[in-house]
Design a protein around this ligand. Structure first.
Ligand code: C5P
Length: 215
């Protein structure tokens, strides 16, 4: 009999994109299928963790045994996370959060009259950085999806956001698809995982996380 490696651990996580409205029918978003985050939520649950998944809009069913909290905007995601973080042992930011939102969303549909409108953007909060800088911060894990220079950007995030672990991938390797290739960056070094299905990659991340939590 092997006890579940994350039994008794409470994990709060984000996944999917955020959607920032411009008017009632339009908005800006980041591209994210949510597949990696949902695979990770399933793997965490499988390992015995209690999982709360704060999710932006995705076309995926809620993983069995996982509490899903649906949100649209980064501000809503930030609030949903901050309301729950005090109970979490681990926080994992997988969401592709839009860094900016339209400053002043129109109440009614913008019509194509007159000159082309100029969209002013306002900065969104950095959810992961805010969680990691709480006085009683949980064990924080970030994701870094980059199109180049993966190692330096991922290491930069590990330090700047004061994280314990960063899961890095090149967007060419993972976006939208069912497979991924990631490298885990922590204080001990770089740990590449073999290219595999997102479910297998998620299991590899969970195994590494469980070892770090036990150490
Ligand atoms: O700095 P960058 O956005 O590339 O960092 C990515 C990591 O930070 C991911 O884990 C992502 O979920 C998290 N993040 C966040 N809130 C933001 C931006 C990124 O939680 N506004």
């Amino acid at each position: 009999f092997k006890p579940k490696p994350l039994a008794g651990r409470r994990v709060l996580m984000t996944a999917g994109p955020t959607y920032e409205p411009l008017d009632p029918v339009r908005g800006i978003t980041n591209i994210s299928s949510g597949k990696m985050g949902y695979a990770l939520a399933r793997a965490l649950r499988h390992a015995g963790a209690e999982v709360q998944l704060v999710s932006g809009p995705v076309a995926l069913p809620a993983p069995a045994g996982v509490e899903r909290i649906g949100v649209m905007t980064a501000a809503e995601m930030h609030l949903a996370v901050m309301q729950r973080v005090a109970h979490a042992d681990v926080f994992i930011g997988v969401a592709a959060v839009a860094d900016y939102r339209p400053d002043d969303a129109a109440e009614h549909k913008i019509k194509k009259t007159g000159e082309a409108p100029v969209i002013r953007l306002a900065r969104n909060p950095d959810i992961l950085a805010d969680v990691a800088s709480l006085p009683a911060a949980p064990f924080c894990v970030g994701f870094a999806a980059e199109s180049r220079d993966l190692e330096s950007y991922a290491r930069g995030k590990l330090e700047a956001k004061r994280l314990k672990l960063v899961v890095g991938n090149l967007v060419q390797d993972g976006m939208g698809g069912d497979t991924n290739r990631v490298v885990l960056f922590d204080a001990a070094g770089d740990h590449p995982l073999p290219a595999a299905s997102k479910d297998e990659v998620a299991a590899g991340i969970v195994a590494h996380l469980a070892r770090m939590l036990d150490a």
